[in-house]
Design a protein around this ligand. Structure first.
Ligand SMILES: CC(C)(COP(=O)(O)OP(=O)(O)OC[C@H]1O[C@@H](n2cnc3c(N)ncnc32)[C@H](O)[C@@H]1OP(=O)(O)O)[C@@H](O)C(=O)NCCC(=O)NCCS
Length: 145
């Protein structure tokens, strides 16, 4: 696989690039952020983190300070390290922005559990059955408060 180019997702992606809009509902004004991976002008991956409100929470919602992340790699581009790379960029961006952590949920049996475990995302106590995990940007903090 030739090296993909990676750039920040922008609000314009929702309007101009339907393939990203399908996977993301990014509200930059709310503090949401993400990255897009492209190859030869085609979207092959995206990772994004959104601050959904409690009343419209995602499966991986833990608290209002913690954006919930999602990761998607095009089926043909999987298994080449791109998912881990985007995940690390999201962690680094969260640290840069002073965000206390990131959360997510992943279905049981999905091999992504191993990826998230490797990258420091730990099960949230009491939410194990829903596959909810939390990564603390200050790794001394094990769980959301
Ligand atoms: C999950 C997903 C984002 C991973 O991205 P990817 O680019 O394929 O993964 P990577 O190549 O970076 O691999 C990272 C780790 O995932 C695991 N992994 C990747 N492919 C795997 C496979 N076919 N079987 C088992 N484990 C696998 C390994 O632990 C791997 O680490 P290693 O390379 O050190 O062994 C991607 O497969 C995807 O989009 N899947 C569908 C959507 C989804 O399930 N998203 C996650 C839920 S939020």
């Amino acid at each position: 696989m030739t090296d993909p180019s990676i750039r920040h997702l922008t609000a314009a992606d929702e309007q101009d690039r339907r393939e990203f809009a399908h996977y993301t509902r990014l509200d930059v004004a709310r503090g949401d952020f993400g990255f897009a991976a492209e190859q030869n002008g085609t979207a092959i991956g995206a990772g994004w983190a959104v601050f959904l409100p409690a009343e419209d929470a995602g499966y991986g919602f833990v608290d209002m300070q913690t954006p919930e992340l999602s990761l998607w790699i095009h089926a043909k581009a999987r298994g080449h390290g791109l998912g881990r790379h985007l995940l690390r960029l999201l962690k680094s961006e969260a640290r840069h922005r002073g965000i206390p952590g990131l959360s997510l949920s992943v279905e049981s049996g999905n091999f992504a559990h191993q990826l998230y475990e490797d990258e420091g995302f730990r099960h949230v106590r009491g939410r194990e059955a829903d596959g909810v995990r939390f990564w603390a940007s200050d790794e001394a903090r094990a769980e959301p408060t």
